[in-house]
Design a protein around this ligand. Structure first.
Ligand code: UDP
Length: 471
């Protein structure tokens, strides 16, 4: 009876419509649903999560004013800025409608008022919308604490003249953010001055609006980022809920925007334990054609079996829908390599044949690798990936950082270091220890589990308050 009553406490979630942000938001939604909340997901129309995988959620698309070209996710910065402007009025209208529907519903079946809005931190406009409706907002940040702190430090770093980073300073330590060097700062290269100013504003707004929120939810666990927690508490004097890794509680496959090719699992079944290196650079990162060619030959020369995700858009400026393989490459790797356009990544990382992950170090990929005890080759592309790669290689020491321009001989050497040499074995031992810690954290009595309890208590508290306000 109690369960039924509490299930109707309603939460509205607003994700950022990129793969690496949708996955954790829908995992969080599933976690909260399992704790008895009802879930409504409002999302920009141009990307729809697979609602049929979540029959128990209500999905509401809103107008986003995004054209086909603007929706090109290879250039995320302008897209994020546009969404923050275009979605404000539609989100407000939608919430007003939901709030008034709830208030006017009569009889015993009426829904609880909306307890709060949970939105992606980068969708900073949502704080203003929530404030105008007197609705509490919780922010979900989908990256590591350390990279969030690095973004938060940008105004100070800019003031001190660190940014933009000059080539001669790349190796200089950033004393405000050890162990980062200038080249590990979460910058976005290759944009014009106007876009970079826009980025600056986006980051400032994100940080300010998180500070104005009722709390911050993070997909991480205390043990992993212990050293950053105190700094976070100082910089963000709001309740913080580190309740990850989310995917240990709910897998992400059902929120994949691309169709996952499961045939690679049958191929992995034919490979020896820990022999395969899995390669994926997530949903946005890209490389130029010459690096792609070096990568292909480096993999072939390593003689290590590999599973490579070559998604459309991975090779920059390629006019072709299919990648152009170097002459003789496909013949040479026959039987040794499996290539797919998109993989069921969590199942791949959990497969006993996988012994290493060559990753761009998006935060989800990094956490997923840690949680399966798989050491990494790190090749970050932009933004928070740079910070994550530094932590993987220099703090947790569970990966090797490929820092130079990709070259086949160096790739071959590093794959062998990771996959067959003692160094790789030691990294595997360290990452297995982290995997165990992650498992303990999400178990009953573990720190993430406790913080989840605190989060639920806070939501129920505000629910009570909003119920009184809307009476
Ligand atoms: N992913 C997947 N199949 C792939 C590659 C990635 O399902 O072939 C998933 C992966 O499990 C992760 C997400 O896509 O949950 C990528 O998020 P991440 O933060 O690692 O990178 P982003 O795509 O945001 O750069």
């Amino acid at each position: 009876m109690e369960e039924q009553k509490s299930r109707r406490v309603r939460l509205v979630l607003f994700p950022c419509p990129l793969q690496g942000h949708i996955n954790p938001m829908l995992q969080l939604a599933s976690i909260l649903y399992s704790k008895g909340f009802s879930i409504t997901i409002i999302h920009p129309r141009f990307i729809s999560p697979n609602s049929y995988n979540y029959p128990h959620f209500t999905f509401i698309p809103i107008h986003d004013g995004i054209s086909g070209i603007q929706a090109s996710i290879s250039d995320v910065l302008p897209l994020l800025s546009l969404l923050n402007v275009n979605c404000a009025v539609p989100l407000q209208d939608c919430l007003v409608r939901l709030l008034s529907d709830t208030n006017s519903a009569g009889g015993g079946e009426e829904e609880e008022p909306i307890a709060c809005l949970i939105s992606d931190a980068i969708m900073h406009f949502t704080q203003g919308v929530a404030d105008s409706l007197k609705l509490p907002r919780l922010a979900l940040r989908t990256s590591s604490i350390e990279s969030f702190l690095a973004f938060a430090a940008f105004p100070v770093l800019r003031q001190k003249g660190y940014l933009p980073i000059s080539d001669s300073q790349l190796e200089t330590p950033v004393k405000e953010l050890p162990p980062l060097r200038m080249k590990d700062l979460p910058v976005f290269n290759g944009h014009d001055q106007e876009t970079l100013m826009g980025l600056n504003q986006l980051l400032i707004s994100m940080v300010d609006q998180v500070k104005a929120s009722s709390g911050l939810i993070l997909n991480t666990f205390d043990y992993l980022e212990q050293s950053s927690l105190a700094a976070l508490a100082q910089e963000f004097p709001i309740p913080v809920f580190t309740i990850g890794p989310f995917h240990k509680l709910f897998p992400a496959s059902s929120s994949s925007l691309l169709s996952q090719d499961h045939s690679c699992i049958a191929w992995l079944d034919t490979q020896a334990p820990r022999s395969v290196i899995y390669i994926s650079f997530g949903s946005i990162a890209s490389m130029d054609e010459s690096e792609f060619v070096e990568m292909a030959w480096g993999l072939a020369k390593s003689k290590c079996p590999f599973l490579w995700v070559v998604r459309s858009g991975l090779v920059q400026d390629s006019e072709q829908a299919e990648p152009v393989w170097p002459d003789g490459f496909l013949e040479m790797i026959s039987g040794k390599g499996c290539i797919v356009k998109w993989a069921p990544q969590q199942d791949v990382l959990a497969h006993p044949a996988v012994g290493g992950f060559w990753s761009h170090n998006g935060w989800n990929s990094t956490l997923e690798s840690i949680c399966e005890g798989v050491p990494m080759l790190c090749r970050p592309n932009f933004g928070d990936q740079m910070v994550n790669a530094r932590y993987v290689s220099h703090v947790w020491k569970v990966g090797l950082h490929l820092e130079n321009r990709l070259e086949r001989g160096e790739i071959e050497r590093n794959i062998r270091r990771l996959m067959v040499e003692k160094e790789g074995e030691e990294m595997r031992e360290r990452v297995m220890a982290l995997k165990e810690k992650a498992e303990v954290c999400v178990r009953k009595g573990g720190c993430s589990n406790k913080h989840l309890g605190d989060l639920i208590a806070q939501i129920r508290g505000v629910s009570l308050q909003t119920r009184l306000e809307y009476k």
